[in-house]
Design a protein around this ligand. Structure first.
Ligand code: SF4
Ligand code: MG
Length: 336
């Protein structure tokens, strides 16, 4: 396997009226070609900012890169000029967001919106680009694509609109697809169809996916590897088997313990661990999870836990894995 994206010690801040928010605090990870990496966390954990920073997309926030490196396909993203970045964004990295209504242009037919990128990045003439747009609509499962290509976003249902955004994101055959809560706004049946579609297309096109979600059910279904974020840091990472069957961080234990039995209306409420995350304006001393952790020790208040290696490719930033730490019963595996 070949590494497509490698992020090292990324630190990102943005400015608000209340001062600097240190949203990403030294995050490192990689994605191999064709694989799916999920970033899981509560809102405010830094998961979306990490994904946006990867593309140097700042959305509505003024993002500042404090340090770190983002290597994508042998290029250092943090050193590229805006022009080269735009080329990469349209052709090598595609993005889909939670609400396609805000990412689609309401005044333009979906066909033109898909064709736009094809014309710009693949330099096809307009006619051929529209033909390719029809093919893309067919590929993402939109019925009667020849007719639908001339319609506007409001003429599509929520699920169909998300299919259109997937068509736009994949039209130039990107190597990486960043999907930020791609199905959160959709109902459960449509959600399953969209996830199925993403998996199918990934297999066909060998696209790597960086999936941002707070939903562990989606992670189990989609991801090869998982990274759990809390207060701007990665607290645990590993493959799905590690995370679901051998979780090693108290925050992950909390997340797994709060998976609902049946499907739940308020999806943000799935993650409910007592207490609140720390204020991201301030410096954090010690473990970022210490105020919510039932296992916190003196050391947790003074030192930042390093990433302890639990197994191959499985790490947890928690002092319980220090060789001199007292042993505790893992509430998920019931083992010491
Ligand atoms: Fe809890 Fe300490 Fe581990 Fe942080 S380092 S998660 S406070 S036990
Ligand atoms: Mg978000």
């Amino acid at each position: 396997t070949e590494t497509l994206l490698r992020v090292d010690d990324l630190r990102v801040s943005f400015d608000t009226y209340a001062g600097e928010v240190r949203a990403v605090r030294g995050v490192s990870f990689h994605i191999d070609k064709g694989e799916t990496l999920a970033i899981v966390g509560e809102s405010g954990s830094g998961k979306s900012v990490t994904a946006q920073a990867t593309m140097r997309l700042s959305a509505d926030k003024q993002i500042r890169y404090k340090s770190g490196s983002i290597r994508f396909n042998e290029k250092e993203i943090l050193k590229l000029q805006e022009k080269e970045l735009q080329r990469i964004r349209g052709s090598e990295i595609g993005m889909i967001l939670q609400d396609p209504l805000t990412s689609l242009n309401p005044m333009m037919t979906v066909g033109k919106q898909i064709a736009e990128g094809i014309i710009k990045h693949q330099h096809l003439p307009k006619r051929e680009a529209i033909t390719k747009a029809i093919e893309m609509l067919r590929l993402v499962g939109i019925p009667e694509p020849e007719r639908r290509v001339n319609q506007y976003p409001h003429e599509f249902s929520g699920g169909m609109r998300q299919r259109v955004s997937i068509a736009i994101a994949l039209a130039c055959n990107p190597k990486l697809l960043i999907a930020d809560e791609p199905t959160t706004a959709l109902d459960v049946t449509i959600q399953a169809q969209i996830l199925e579609l993403m998996k199918d297309l990934q297999e066909k096109l060998n696209t790597a996916i960086l999936l941002i979600t707070h939903d562990l059910g989606i992670v189990a279904e989609m991801a090869d590897r998982v990274m759990i974020m809390y207060a701007g840091s990665i607290v645990e990472s590993g493959n799905c088997e590690d995370l679901f069957y051998h979780p090693a961080h108290p925050y992950t234990w909390g997340l797994l313990g709060s998976i609902p039995q049946a499907d739940q209306k308020n999806k943000e409420a799935l993650i409910s661990i007592k207490g609140t995350p720390p204020d991201l304006h301030a410096e954090i001393t010690g473990c970022p999870f210490k105020h919510r952790c039932s296992y916190a020790m003196a050391v947790c208040h003074e030192h930042r836990p390093p990433a302890f290696e639990i197994g191959e490719g499985h790490t947890a930033g928690c002092f319980l894995h220090h060789e001199f730490s007292p042993s505790v019963i893992n509430p998920i595996t019931k083992e010491e």
